[in-house]
Design a protein around this ligand. Structure first.
Ligand code: FAD
Length: 476
């Protein structure tokens, strides 16, 4: 595709359209906001951003409860892979952020052990340690050749062995993804699952060594004001002139090159950047979409989430950041001490603290919405985050629901994406972001911002070769 300002594009009837075609962006989450920000940065005016909700930020926004607690849509930890993102963060927040030391834990067998699990099994009962070590030794008899694993479950067993698979990797991953690991591919993993160094594991057990070191980042930044959403709200002034909130898109009329809004009105769209879930976009499309494309898009899988915020009138009892819960005694897979991230997310940090729990759901893992808050509180008691008597100090319980929280890297995913995304591009529809591009491995906040920016560089500057994040070729 040529850069839009250097070559007029064709209108559907063959007549040349203007040298500055109309760009429509669906969604004002991090991807859409970043695209809008970049369009403005490059001085391009002919665009509009349509957002269904009454605020920006998408899944990276935050909500303030009636009792004055601020909650994110799940624990959001910012690890940037991009200089552009770092500069943007500095420009938007200046010094109004907290620099936090990553401190994550796993709750198992009635105790906490530092993450990563496999490096800290020494904390577990001796028979569990033995089972984990024997499984690991057995697994490592085979040379590590990831290509022989057909799915994520096989990779878990092949890399970690039967013991670690049984106690942590299998139950934890089912809890997060709400899909059996055997339905998932192994391509998404990259740096996200820390693999095993058997000498290190054995050394830690025999020498009774603590080992919380993992991955490239030991610190992360968090906005001082407004939770995670505070970062993206600060992008709003840069896109405000072109932003329409409370404007849900009903569907896209592909042949007419129009976006149809829920109120029935239409927006001309020479070029469309979509960030709403790809399966929803394709299902609703009208026009001459081949049936095969709809069929491929319908094969994409995802999970939804219940995010439960609990506020207590007590000083924070812990310095922990977040904790993983693989066992069945609690419905959540992760809980964050959110008030340890910023004192501003609670009414008074000297006397209050907050916990943020994440519960996934899908057709394979149904969750009773009516009971999820109570089950979460009971789960917190079961795993000793709360004592029974702490219930009397709970002054806030806030439920956030989203049908789309994790794009599942299922076995069918890459085939479906390879069919759907290039076809859309032949219609000048570009689907990007966490659920627009459906690639979990490039679906974090920094990746999403990069996807928005790199897409604009491609459209305005013909920088096709560098749209790498979307292709999952950088960052992970
Ligand atoms: C539980 C959870 C934990 C996470 N943890 C982390 C983390 O630790 N670190 C990290 O970096 N990232 C994390 N993320 C990911 C982060 O939230 C995403 O990277 C980011 O929000 C994706 O941005 P996006 O713009 O692509 O999509 P979204 O945020 O989903 O934004 C899409 C926007 O489109 C709008 N929209 C949808 N349909 C329509 C329609 N029909 N018409 C108009 N508008 C529409 C939505 O309202 C939304 O505002 C987490 C996400 C979740 C759910």
């Amino acid at each position: 595709m040529q850069p839009v300002r250097s070559q007029p594009r064709s209108a559907p009837d063959g007549a040349p359209s203007s040298a500055s075609p109309r760009i429509v962006i669906i969604g004002a989450g991090p991807t859409g906001l970043a695209a809008g920000y970049r369009l403005r940065e490059l001085g391009y005016d002919n665009w509009v951003m349509l957002e269904a909700r009454d605020k920006v930020g998408g899944l990276a926004s935050s909500e303030k409860s009636a009792n004055g607690f601020t909650y994110d849509i799940g624990g959001h930890v910012l690890f940037s892979h991009y200089e552009y993102f770092d500069r943007l963060f500095d420009k938007l927040l200046g010094d109004e952020y907290q620099l936090l030391l990553r401190e994550s834990w796993v709750w198992m067998c009635d105790r906490f052990l530092p993450y990563p699990f496999q490096n800290n099994i020494k904390y577990l009962p001796k028979e569990v340690v033995l089972e984990c070590l024997l499984g690991l030794v057995e697994a490592q008899k085979q040379p590590l050749d990831v290509s022989r694993f057909r799915n994520f479950e096989e990779l878990i067993h092949g890399v970690f062995g039967a013991g670690i698979a049984k106690y942590f990797m299998m139950p934890y991953n089912f809890k997060v993804w709400a899909h059996p690991p055997k339905m998932m591919n192994k391509e998404w993993i990259g740096e996200r699952v820390s693999v095993v160094d058997i000498k290190r594991v054995l050394g830690n057990v025999v020498l009774d060594r603590d080992d919380a070191g993992w991955g490239p980042n030991s610190t992360f930044k968090y906005p001082l004001h407004g939770g995670t959403g505070g970062l993206f709200e600060r992008m709003q002034p840069y896109v405000a002139d072109n932003l329409r909130l409370n404007t849900p898109v009903s569907h896209v009329d592909v042949d007419a090159k129009e976006v149809v809004l829920a109120d029935g009105s239409r927006e001309r769209s020479d070029i469309l950047m979509n960030t709403m879930p790809l399966d929803v976009l394709v299902k609703g499309m009208t026009g001459d979409g081949p049936e095969g494309i709809r069929c491929e898009a319908s094969r994409l899988r995802h999970s939804g989430g219940y995010i439960v915020g609990i506020g207590l009138k007590q000083p924070s009892p812990s310095k922990k950041c977040w904790m993983y819960f693989p066992e069945s005694n609690a419905p959540f897979y992760r809980v964050t001490y959110l008030s340890n991230y910023s004192p501003e997310v609670v009414p008074d940090a000297r006397t209050h603290y907050s916990l943020l729990a994440e519960v996934s759901h899908s057709e394979f893992k149904p969750v009773d919405r009516r009971k999820v808050v109570e089950d979460t509180i009971q789960g917190m008691v079961n795993v000793k985050l709360l004592r029974k008597e702490d219930r009397a100090d709970i002054v806030d319980a806030h439920l956030i629901e989203r049908d789309y929280t994790y794009p599942t890297p299922s076995l069918e995913r890459d085939g479906a994406l390879h069919a759907v995304l290039p076809w859309l591009e032949t219609k000048d529809i570009y689907s990007r972001g966490r659920f627009g591009a459906w690639r979990y491995e490039v679906g974090n906040m920094d990746h999403s911002v990069a996807q928005g920016v790199e897409w604009v560089n491609r459209i305005l500057q013909d920088d096709v070769a560098n749209e790498l994040t979307y292709l999952a070729k950088r960052g992970c």
